[in-house]
Design a protein around this ligand. Structure first.
Ligand SMILES: *Cc1c(COP(=O)(O)O)cnc(C)c1O
Length: 376
């Protein structure tokens, strides 16, 4: 079988052969074997945040956004008000979700190349006592910036408010410990740092908070309380579960564990990120973010100034050589993105850098340097 393209994207991403092979069977949703897999998955995710005894995994069919929308609709009741911390497209998406669900919200915004600032969150909470919850994105995949979730969580807890986290692109690679960081719910999905295939979102919910959400949800399918009750009582999903995806996810969790869990997975991604950034800088490219703000998930590079550089040509030539990169999504700068996550390591990252050098030569581009410095 020909090698699939290497996906240097933020998900879906490159999965192992063994994860793909796990999908080569049919299962009934009432099959005892599948029920055991589903139970084990739910427990292993809770263990990943040290939430044994206090948290429960509520799986949600669909992509990651389905899980985020279910989290917002279930935890934010009609009388609550959500403060959304926005420094990219995924924070904006939470605002859109609130508008559609007709939930009260306020926003605090930062530039896409800046992390959110816990001090400003503290001031905003003091100013508006109607706010009951705060939402933050762990790694804003728009730019790749890492938000200071632990500091935000402390400020939110000190003000007596509740925190909801979209940790989609960080979960499984960047530590989040519920015993140290206070929050009520965190949403993520099967196809990012756990390296499963797309199809399942999940929300890890603090049970004491989830118990108070009955009747809140704005949609039947997205009701985490109902989904949780049903799975706890009957072991069944209310509606058809993405079985092949869940079985592959179980295999992906085996491989995550074998790699040393969050520390091991995060270590490989940090190494990928360092190889990528160092190598691209040698070719003249500049990163949007300074290293201390960069999460080892996806890196944003400024568009080169060389008149021979055309992004679409660059993209197509990389694709011809079996590497897929990602366009930019920024409003602050003309840019493109390269992911560090998925079943990729040193070998693939180094091969990629060699291919980039060849492609630049072929395009007659002397350097990847942008017109202006990132700092300006
Ligand atoms: C990927 C991602 C999502 C979910 O995107 P889907 O396309 O619905 O899977 C949400 N938030 C962040 C931060 C993400 O990176």
């Amino acid at each position: 079988m020909a090698q699939d393209p290497w996906l240097l994207t933020p998900g879906p991403l490159t999965t192992s052969m063994t994860v793909k092979q796990a999908m080569l069977h049919d299962w009934g949703s009432r099959d005892a074997g599948f029920i055991a897999v589903n139970d084990r998955m739910r427990q292993r995710l809770v263990a990943m945040i040290g939430g044994e005894g206090t948290f429960s995994t509520v799986p949600m069919q669909g992509s990651g956004t389905f899980a985020v929308e279910a989290m917002i609709g279930t935890f934010i009741g009609p009388k609550d008000k959500l403060l959304i911390l926005i420094n990219g497209a995924y924070g904006k998406r939470i605002e859109k979700i609130c508008q559609v669900a007709k939930r009260a919200c306020a926003t605090l915004e930062w530039a896409e190349d800046m992390p959110v600032d816990p001090n400003l969150v503290k001031l905003a909470l003091a100013r508006d006592p109607a706010i009951t919850h705060v939402a933050v994105v762990h790694c804003e995949t728009t730019s790749g910036v890492l938000n200071p979730v632990a500091e935000v969580a402390q400020v939110v807890a000190d003000a007596g408010k509740k925190l909801l986290i979209d940790a989609m692109s960080a979960f499984g690679a960047i530590e989040l410990d519920s015993r140290k960081v206070p929050f009520d719910a965190v949403a993520a999905s099967s196809n990012k740092c756990i390296e499963g295939v797309p199809g399942l979102g999940f929300v890890l919910c603090r049970v004491s908070a989830l118990q108070q959400t009955q009747g809140n949800a704005h949609a039947l399918t997205l009701d985490l309380f109902d989904q949780w009750q049903n799975i706890e009582k009957t072991k069944q999903y209310r509606f058809t579960p993405p079985i092949h995806c869940i079985v592959a996810f179980d295999q992906a969790l085996n491989e995550h564990e074998a790699e040393g869990g969050v520390a091991g997975r995060g270590g490989r991604y940090r190494n990928n990120c360092k190889i990528l950034v160092d190598g691209m800088r040698r070719l003249g490219f500049e990163t949007l973010l300074p290293d201390h703000l960069q999460a080892p998930i996806i890196v944003t590079f400024h568009m080169p100034a060389d008149p021979n550089f055309q992004f679409q040509v660059f993209y197509d030539k990389l694709k011809d050589r079996n590497f897929v990169i990602y366009p930019g999504k920024l409003t602050v700068a003309d840019s493109f993105r390269i992911g560090c996550i998925g079943r990729l390591g040193e070998t693939e990252m180094k091969a990629f850098l060699g291919v980039v050098a060849d492609v630049l030569k072929e395009m007659n581009v002397k350097s990847g340097a942008p017109a202006r410095k990132a700092a300006e």
